[in-house]
Design a protein around this ligand. Structure first.
Ligand SMILES: [Zn+2]
Length: 283
C-alpha cells in the first residue's frame, strides 16, 4: 500500500517533469477509476503538483484540480516520448511492461507526446476532477498531515489524550492525523519506545511529544529514501523503487534484533494489520 513517503516521492518526480505540460486527451479504460468530466481538464496546462494526506493534486487554472488517490494497488507512470519512465506506487510488473498495461485504468496524453498512466490492479484507487469546493469536501475527513510544519506537538498531544484506542490505532486514524500508515506507525512507536497497545490517553505528555517527533522523523526518512519497496522483484527498478525497507526499525523485521536494545522484534495483529514491536523497549 503506497504510504505518504511513496506518494510524496511520486509527487516530486512528477512535479519535476509535468508542470507546464498541457493535456491533449484523457482516455478512461475503466469508468470506476475516473470521476468527473475529463473534458474539463483537456487543453488545460498543469501549474503545480501538490499533495495532501495521500492524495495527489494536479493543479490547473481557475482552482481546477485532478485528485489522485492510489489506495491499495495504484501506480502512476510517466512515459516520456524518449522512452524514459518514472513514477511509483504499488510495485508490479506494470512498472516495466509495455504501456498501456493490463491494469491501466486511465491514460493522460500530453500535447508533447508524453503520457501518464494510472494503473490499478484492484480498482480501489481513483482520479477525480474537482473544483475548490469539491476538493475541500474531499479533505474535510482528514486531520492535519503529520509533516505539515503548522501542526504542533501540542495539538498532537491533545488529540491523543482524547482517545482510548491503542496508540498505534490512534496514529493510524487519518481523521486524527493524516499520513502515518502501517510501516511508519510501527517504526515511529519503536523509535519512541512506546507500546503499540498502550491506550493513547494513558501516554504521558513526554511520551506523546516523543511519539510526535518520532512520527515526523520516520516519515522524513521515508521521503529521503524515496519510500518503501517491499516486493523484492522490483526493488531495483530505477525511477520507481524506494530504499526505506533497508532501514526499517521494526516493520517487517520479526525475529531480528531491535536496533535500540537487541531484543528480537515480535509480530502480532492489531485491527487486522501486522504490528511489529520490541517486547523489551516497547513494554
Ligand atoms: Zn528494543
Amino acid at each position: 500500500v503506497p504510504e505518504l513517503p511513496e506518494v510524496e516521492t511520486i509527487r516530486r518526480r512528477l512535479a519535476e517533469r509535468i508542470v507546464g505540460k498541457t493535456i491533449q486527451s484523457v482516455e478512461i479504460h475503466r469508468e470506476k477509476s475516473f470521476q468527473g468530466n475529463g473534458l474539463l481538464i483537456t487543453n488545460q496546462t498543469i501549474q503545480a503538483v501538490s499533495r495532501r494526506a495521500k492524495i495527489l493534486q494536479l493543479r490547473f487554472s481557475d482552482n481546477l484540480l485532478l485528485l489522485v488517490h492510489l489506495k491499495m494497488t495504484g501506480q502512476l507512470i510517466l512515459l516520456q516520448a524518449d522512452g524514459n519512465r518514472v513514477g511509483g506506487g504499488h510495485p508490479t510488473a506494470d512498472w516495466v511492461e509495455n504501456l498501456p498495461a493490463k491494469h491501466t485504468r486511465v491514460t493522460i496524453q500530453f500535447t508533447d507526446g508524453d503520457r501518464l498512466f494510472f494503473n490499478d490492479q484492484r480498482v480501489f484507487g481513483w482520479l477525480k476532477v474537482a473544483d475548490a469546493t469539491q476538493a475541500a469536501a474531499e479533505f474535510a475527513q482528514y486531520g492535519p498531515d503529520i509533516n505539515d510544519p503548522s501542526f504542533t506537538a501540542n495539538e498532537f498531544v491533545k488529540k491523543l489524550s482524547k482517545t482510548r484506542v491503542p496508540t498505534k490505532l490512534a496514529i493510524l486514524n487519518s481523521a486524527l492525523v493524516a499520513g502515518i500508515g502501517n510501516i511508519y506507525a510501527c517504526d515511529a512507536l519503536n523509535l519512541a519506545q512506546i507500546s503499540p497497545f498502550k491506550p493513547a490517553n494513558t501516554l504521558t505528555e513526554t511520551e506523546a511529544v516523543r511519539l510526535f517527533s518520532a512520527c515526523q522523523t520516520v516519515i522524513q526518512r521515508g521521503i529521503e529514501l524515496q519510500g518503501t519497496t517491499f516486493d523484492g522483484k522490483y526493488v531495483d527498478v530505477a525511477g520507481f523503487a524506494g530504499g526505506y525497507q533497508n532501514e526499517a526499525l521494526a516493520y517487517g523485521r520479526a525475529g531480528q534484533p531491535c536496533k535500540n536494545c537487541g531484543e528480537l522484534i515480535k509480530k502480532t495483529q492489531q485491527a487486522g494489520r501486522g504490528t511489529y514491536f520490541c517486547p523489551h523497549c516497547q513494554h
